[in-house]
Design a protein around this ligand. Structure first.
Ligand code: FAD
Ligand code: NDP
Length: 432
């Protein structure tokens, strides 16, 4: 059992940690002062690649090609980068207990790691159907996607399915569901998506927006089964063969890929840091991303932070926030005059030859659709209290997406007649 100690420790070597490391280095942190600890066997990589190019049949993304910080426009930081900078990156190391008062972490093999300042970046894990006791949910062939190890299993299962019935069932109509269904379809698999809502991505898409994407999926031969959940699974010799839906219908497949949401990994800190039991959940932090303990910061998917622009506390399970919050936490640690984190919510997805971006918020707003879906370019403004609070655009150029961002930042007043806003479409934003 070894004991080590560092000035700075990042617990969780996921997406955020690569950005934290870069910021520490840029601020002159010395060799041997920083350790990053992760359960995964890899140093930080850009997780979004896993549900997109990683699954492609041709030129798939593979490490070391997508190590952080390439996704954020920076340099690739492979393991050697951390070695050169004198950062102790402890991969394949699971932390099983934390003593915040003693400033000490303990790994599953009993090694202890002490810190002066800790950044918690333990991210989120998939919600597993076994958590709900769904019968048959532990059969082989049922997959979740969170990390490279999961993605490799799915890639192998795709190859295997091609020698069998060539069928895949995707459970969930959110981000994972939509993106992986596209990837499985690109591999030539016969794909069915099962989801409880009326249409895909119900929390973000209006019915009008969803209709466009649903047509793209069905035109590709993907079957959509809305208003349904997986009630149980059946299998042969321990291998899944059938998803039994609540409706009683049965969907046969070799692969079941589940994307029904994520849970923040906060359990190590129960009773030690202020956690939010109710939505949005996570570890509560202030504008400097500092937790209820002054020497512990939290970033990325687990951090429940004040969203200045909207006066609410939020958690954002999205990569732009993990990058920016990691940088902000390091700045806060190194420079006490650092101000509050001022984040603009940003969401995006890419499927087939399509790509959308949303800046700002869409909850509790009136959506105003614009553009012409038949041209593959359309959008939606989200209006609340007479102001445009969010802007979505499919198929936008960099300049047009920048206009959407400007709308969300400035929150301009909407015309009293919202039809007018819809008719103006992009020109509304370009006049700002
Ligand atoms: P993570 O990247 O999840 O890293 C957490 C790390 O902590 C993991 O390596 C984990 O193993 C480790 N860890 C946890 N507990 C322990 C422990 N006890 N001991 C040691 N290590 C531990 N967002 C977008 O905006 N756009 C996208 O297109 C997009 N695509 C995505 C695709 C997929 C497949 C997934 C899963 C997510 C995607 N996201 C996307 C979300 C984005 O990847 C996350 O918001 C981001 O990864 C969060 O970064 P993080 O560092 O907070 O957590
Ligand atoms: P999401 O929350 O996006 O979607 C989960 C979906 O599954 C929802 O539509 C949910 O419906 C549905 N669902 C819930 N329970 C069931 C059930 N029993 N059967 C069928 N469907 C069900 O989570 P994901 O799993 O898609 O994504 C996991 C994480 O990865 C998130 O943090 C996400 O942000 C991140 N991610 C982000 C991407 C991006 O930003 N482009 C891409 C890929 C992943 P309901 O809403 O009714 O609960």
């Amino acid at each position: 059992m070894a004991a080590s100690s560092y000035k700075y420790v990042v617990l969780g070597g996921g997406n955020a940690s690569g950005y934290a490391a870069r910021e520490f280095v840029q601020r002159g942190v010395g060799k041997g002062e920083l350790a990053i600890i992760t359960e995964e066997p890899y140093v930080a990589y850009e997780r979004p690649a896993l549900s997109k190019a990683y699954l492609f049949p041709e030129s798939p993304a593979r490490l070391p090609g997508f190590h952080a910080t390439v996704g954020g426009g920076g340099d690739k930081q492979p393991p050697e980068w951390y070695d050169e900078k004198g950062i102790d990156y402890k991969t394949s190391t699971k932390i099983t207990s934390v003593d915040v008062a003693a400033k000490k972490l303990t790994s599953e093999i009993g090694d202890t790691i002490s810190y002066e300042k800790l950044i918690v970046a333990t991210g989120a894990r998939p919600i597993y159907l076994t958590d709900f006791g769904t019968q048959g949910a532990d059969l082989q062939g049922i997959f979740y996607l969170r990390n490279v190890v999961d993605a490799d299993k799915i890639v192998a299962a795709i190859a295997d399915a091609k020698t069998k019935s060539n069928k895949a069932t995707v459970i969930g109509g959110g981000y994972i569901g939509m993106e992986t269904a596209a990837g499985l379809n690109k591999n030539g698999l016969d794909v069915t998506i099962v989801f409880p809502e009326k249409h895909l991505m119900e929390r973000l898409f209006t019915a009008e927006m969803a209709a466009f994407y649903e047509k793209v999926y069905t035109d590709k031969g993907i079957k959509l089964m809305p208003g349904n959940i997986a009630a149980s699974f059946e299998g042969t010799n321990g291998q899944v063969t059938t998803t039994v839906l609540k409706s009683g219908e049965k969907v046969e497949s070799d692969i079941v890929l589940v994307g029904v949401g994520a849970r923040p990994n906060v359990e190590l800190f129960k009773g030690q840091l202020e956690l939010l039991e109710e939505r949005p959940g996570g570890i509560k932090v202030d504008g400097n991303l500092r937790t209820s303990n002054p020497d512990v910061y939290a970033v990325g998917d687990i951090a429940a932070f004040p969203l200045k622009k909207y006066g609410i506390t939020t958690r954002q399970e999205h990569v732009a926030n993990c990058r920016a919050s990691a940088v902000h936490a390091v700045q806060s640690i190194m420079d006490p005059s650092t101000g509050d984190y001022d984040y603009l919510p940003y969401f995006y997805s890419r499927i087939f030859d399509l790509g959308w971006q949303l800046y700002g918020i869409n909850e509790n707003t009136t959506p105003v659709f614009f553009g012409d879906p038949s041209t593959k370019k359309f959008g939606t403004y989200f209006v609340r209290d007479g102001k445009v609070m969010g802007a979505f655009l499919e198929g936008g150029s960099n300049e047009e997406n920048a206009l959407m961002k400007k709308v969300a930042v400035e929150q301009p007043p909407a015309p009293a007649d919202l039809n007018e806003l819809g008719s103006q479409g992009l020109s509304f934003a370009s006049k700002l």
